[in-house]
Design a protein around this ligand. Structure first.
Ligand code: SF4
Length: 292
């Protein structure tokens, strides 16, 4: 849950999730629909699917335990290098480091070299004897991440209170390296077309839309556009911006009243559904319900 999401947002979801799934076994026996429903509003829904698949694999193939070899951990759905190393350190206390943005920044400042000029795995391997000097590697890995977040911060590192400043080339150097500017995702334009059955308070949703990264979910009809085409026979509702899963969307929302269901769509209630509905779609429901 914490991948790409802040702790304060995650906490109520996590507590509720544990109430429903107090053990790995109970999660492994659940179905995707229930897991997604509990995840509703957290976004990045692939994480929920991967978690369910991972729970099933661990229960069925690994006696409900996390494997101890990195290669076996990386075979689990959605687990790449970073998460595999974090799991090895946190759960098995192994001498390894999960290299996230914070850790990269700390290391790159210590050697005063740009992140893109550093082979972090090699750097860790060369320095392993001085890095892994504790039996509490899980604490060390977490402390390193926290150190990057709280002391060696992206904009103004607190060097004067830093306990390792005497070993830090950034601190000592007159020519300090600058942080790499992260490339912001480019905004894309979309038209959203909502067919609404007003008497029944329903909306037509489909999985055939232009938001590829949400292609397993029900959304209104969505078309990528350059906004140059004139839209006829539709009522313009509003223009708004939305960010989902690292994508920036600029949206023109249109609606039309109709009791006829368009091809490849299904009616969904605008008020309550047992089916999982992404929060992006729910935001549109809210706007549509405001139409008199
Ligand atoms: S001295 Fe400053 S730049 Fe170096 S590790 Fe400490 S906080 Fe980061």
């Amino acid at each position: 849950m914490l991948q790409q999401t802040q702790v304060k947002t995650v906490l109520p979801y996590f507590k509720n999730f544990l109430l429903h799934f107090p053990s790995l076994k109970s999660l492994s026996r659940s179905n995707e629909r229930k897991v997604l429903k509990l995840w509703e509003g957290l976004g990045y829904y692939r994480r929920a699917r991967n978690l369910l698949m991972t729970a099933r694999i661990l229960v069925n193939e690994h006696k409900s335990k996390l494997p101890k070899k990195i290669a076996d951990i990386k075979k689990l759905p959605g687990i790449g290098d970073y998460t595999a190393n974090a799991l090895l350190a946190f759960i098995h206390n192994q001498p390894t480091i999960a290299i996230d943005g914070n850790v990269k920044r700390v290391f790159s400042r210590i050697v005063n070299k740009s992140e893109n000029k550093i082979d972090f795995n090699k750097l860790i391997e060369i320095n392993k004897n001085s890095l892994f000097t504790t039996k509490r590697n899980s604490d060390f890995v977490e402390a390193l991440m926290e150190f990057g977040a709280l002391i060696c911060k992206p904009k103004e590192p607190e060097c004067f209170k830093c306990t390792i400043k005497n070993n830090c080339k950034y601190f000592k150097s007159n020519k300090k390296l600058e942080q790499i500017k992260r490339i912001q995702p480019k905004e894309k334009n979309y038209n959203i077309f909502c067919y609404i059955d007003k008497t029944k308070n329903k909306i037509a949703l489909t999985k055939q839309h232009d938001l590829g990264f949400l292609n397993k979910f029900y959304l209104p009809i969505i078309k990528e556009t350059n906004f140059k085409d004139k839209i006829k026979n539709w009522n313009f509702h509003s223009n708004f911006k939305n960010s989902i899963s690292n994508k920036k969307l600029n949206i023109n929302l249109y609606y039309r009243f109709s009791s006829k269901l368009p091809l490849q769509t299904q009616w969904f209630s605008l008020k309550e559904n047992n089916e999982f509905i992404p929060s992006f779609t729910k935001k549109i429901f809210k706007q549509i319900l405001e139409i008199n």
